[in-house]
Ligand binder design. Structure first.
Ligand code: SAM
Ligand code: DTB
Ligand code: SF4
Length: 327
């Protein structure tokens, strides 16, 4: 299917309780007065979750840099001249040590990321050991290894993987501006394989790519019409890295980011909405508004994959000030 013709993912069989959203409905939510939108999202948040609880996920980059894909936002792409170098895969022991540390700091989920188009079979085998051992520590496990081939999702599931992260990233009609080395349809195919293997889906996107508000609504439309909806929805704000094609993108106004969180909450009421990349650059008051508007998950740990995240101590202090507790 060509990218231009994808309006949204209309599932073959839709669960009767699943609402099918339209682009117009999502744009109408975005267009609400800011305070009204945040208030409505806070109400829906309280209907489905304890608003004082925040899910904490720690990331580690098990294979950094040298990625063959050309994602315009990403410092790990070999197509861009960035400060990130191609590095070998971490050993199983190094990954398990990082997971132990994450658990000691209070994380509930450990997410392993790799700068691959998708895992080669030999590389996948090594990650299975990592998944098994991290799971044995009593942490939820998540992996983000790119596109999956037939049978790979099942292997990850058998090793003890709980979640697979694969983002739709942006609206179908913006996608080709940002990534040329694979298509929207490839992403949907991997998400289908992840669901088919019985894994939970972590799927979100990234804003601040010079997209329009209609395109932000177009991303939410795709996510909200996945059936079932993703269990976790990371909302990333672009972290600008020198050497990437988007290092001079226009910064999104902070209210527009909070609106995106609120619209994600309203359209995916039972999903964990994660306030993701770009949080280090957000003032505490803005983060507090995101939590009020329905964000109930964060990346927790001093680093994302290659860029910075708030210090663990700062996050603990912020959660304390806001009366938030880890899940
Ligand atoms: N290589 C795998 C893939 O692309 O699916 C997994 C890792 S990739 C880094 C995971 C996600 O990180 C991307 O889909 C994108 O949403 C986000 N991301 C990458 N670079 C980013 C940046 N500079 N700012 C914000 N989010 C970013
Ligand atoms: C997601 O949506 N965001 C995370 C995680 N899934 C893998 C990654 C953010 C990466 C930010 C840029 C970096 O640190 O390299
Ligand atoms: Fe590679 Fe993932 Fe970065 Fe794209 S986002 S360049 S696939 S690491």
């Amino acid at each position: 299917m060509s990218q231009a013709t994808i309006q949204f993912t209309r599932p073959a069989t839709l669960h009767p309780e699943t609402t099918l959203w339209s682009q117009a409905e999502i744009e109408a939510l975005y267009d609400l007065p800011f305070m009204e939108l945040v208030f409505r999202a806070a109400e829906v948040h309280r209907q489905h979750f304890d608003p004082s609880r925040v899910q904490l996920s720690t990331l580690v980059s098990i294979k950094t840099g040298g990625c063959p894909e050309d994602c315009g936002y990403c410092p790990q792409s070999a197509h861009h001249d960035t400060p990130v170098e191609n590095q070998p895969m971490m050993t199983v022991d190094e990954v398990v040590a990082a997971a132990r540390n994450a658990k000691a700091n209070g994380a509930g989920r450990f997410c392993m990321g790799a700068a691959w188009r998708g895992p080669k079979d030999a590389d996948l085998e090594k990650t299975l050991d990592m998944v098994q051992q991290v799971k044995a520590l009593g942490l939820q496990t998540c992996a983000t290894f790119g596109l999956l081939k037939e049978g790979q999702a099942e292997k990850l599931k058998d090793a003890g993987l709980d979640f697979y992260n694969h983002n739709l990233d942006t609206a179908p009609d913006k996608y080709a501006d940002i990534i040329q080395t694979r298509e929207y349809e490839d992403r949907l195919d991997t998400l289908g394989k992840v669901r088919g293997a019985g894994l939970s889906v972590c799927c979100g996107g990234i804003v601040g790519l010079n997209e329009t508000r209609e395109q932000r609504a177009g991303l939410i439309l795709q996510l909200a019409n996945l059936a079932p909806q993703p269990e976790s929805v990371p909302v990333n704000n672009l972290v600008k890295v020198s050497g990437t094609p988007l290092d001079d993108a226009d910064a999104l106004d902070w209210t527009e980011f909070v609106r995106t969180i609120a619209v994600a909450r309203l359209t995916m009421p039972k999903s964990y909405v994660r306030l993701s990349a770009g949080r280090r650059e957000m003032p505490e008051a803005m983060q507090a508004l995101c939590f009020l508007a329905g964000a109930n998950s964060i990346f927790y740990g001093d680093k994302l994959l290659t860029t910075g995240n708030p210090d663990v101590d700062a996050d603990r202090a912020l959660m304390d000030k806001l009366g938030l507790q880890p899940l």
